[in-house]
Write a new protein. Structure first.
Lengths: 94, 256
């Protein structure tokens, strides 16, 4: 499992655990001390990222779309912060 | 006529019940069974609560907690891990209708408004507290209170901690630190960032004194009157159910 931590500009810490398949996200778990409403959508957000190419712009766009479609509110971390952390985790050889 | 809110003081309870009762009050409020409510509570045994999105294994030294008889529980709110010392810390929760004039659509603004009651209360005690975004209250730049909020079912629920006294050594025995080597260094750096009422004033403030000050702070900041009340039968039954079926379960506490 690949792991990374990233301190968001808002001050919150994002942690990502993922597995990689052909430079795409196989499994992903996002944890940390950020705020997201409704909370229970975190698992759907993770699911929406499975299969996504590990590329910062693509991941950020996927998360932005999820946030918009599902009416999610983020506080203390942005889609870009999540994307940075995911790419940091997935950057090494998987 | 000043608006009346219910004041609950549920004293010392275990971690699972404490978190279950918070949710039960929010559900009761959403069904209009109870008025807007402010609750004070403490933890017996001492406990660690983690944010909704945190991993229990990553944040909490489970083995040490088990050895010391310290409970651990996942909150329904986001945010970070908190050590709730039985004798050091007071916890509060606010449950208020989302349509209330105190509540704005802007989460950051709502934190600031709801924290203003605590800020006022701490100032009553001579502690020059200030709100610091996103969700902290600080004194001379050092954190004295952390707060977390969620909204669902048309209800805003915020809870948080006020450090009356703090034992950082114990705090970092139960919360995981990146490595043993940096534990002392980390405690030192946290010492520069965290304070308590006792540390700032140089004297002990009793729980009763603290609660009286916070009641005044909330009443003045929110322009309300807090009327001492009781947990309803509906809330009590639901809290017991949520404790047994959710907050005390491994599925919930270790789900992330």
């Amino acid at each position: 499992m690949l792991r990374a931590e990233y301190k968001a500009e808002g001050g919150k810490l994002i942690k990502v655990q993922l597995s990689k398949e052909d430079n795409r996200i196989g499994f992903i778990k996002i944890t940390g001390d950020f705020f997201m409403h409704p909370e229970e959508l975190i698992e759907d957000l993770e699911k929406s990222l499975v299969g996504c190419v590990i590329n910062e712009n693509i991941i950020a766009e996927t998360i932005r779309r999820f946030v918009e479609d599902r009416g999610v509110i983020l506080l203390g971390a942005t889609p870009e912060d999540f994307a940075k952390c995911i790419v940091k985790a997935g950057g090494g050889s998987g | 006529m000043v608006e009346e809110w219910r004041l609950l003081d549920t004293g010392l309870r275990d971690a699972y019940y404490n978190m279950a009762l918070d949710e039960a009050i929010a559900i009761a409020r959403s069904k209009k069974l109870v008025p807007n409510t402010i609750r004070f509570f403490r933890w017996e045994p001492s406990a660690v609560s983690i944010g909704y999105f945190q991993s229990m294994e990553e944040e909490v030294d489970i083995e040490t907690c088990n050895k010391l008889g310290i409970q651990y529980v996942r909150r329904r709110t986001g945010g970070g891990a908190v050590y709730h010392d039985r004798d050091g810390e007071l916890t509060y929760s606010i449950v208020v209708d989302e349509g209330h004039q105190l509540i704005s659509r802007d989460l950051q603004k709502t934190y600031e408004v709801l924290c203003s009651g605590l800020v006022k209360g701490l100032r009553v005690l001579g502690v020059p507290a200030e709100f610091r975004p996103i969700n902290d209250i600080v004194v001379e730049g050092k954190k004295i209170s952390g707060n977390a909020q969620t909204r669902s079912m048309g209800v805003v629920h915020q809870h948080g901690t006020i450090l009356r006294d703090v034992n950082l050594k114990l705090m970092f025995t139960v919360l995981k630190v990146p490595s043993e080597k940096i534990r002392d260094k980390m405690i030192k750096s946290v010492e520069e960032r965290v304070t308590s009422i006792k540390k700032y004033l140089g004297r002990e403030i009793s729980f009763d004194e603290l609660k009286s000050a916070l009641i005044r702070g909330f009443e003045e900041a929110f322009n309300i009157k807090l009327v001492p009340g009781e947990v309803t039968e509906f809330e009590e039954k639901l809290a017991t159910k949520l404790r047994d079926e959710k907050y005390s379960t491994r599925e919930w506490n270790f789900r992330r």
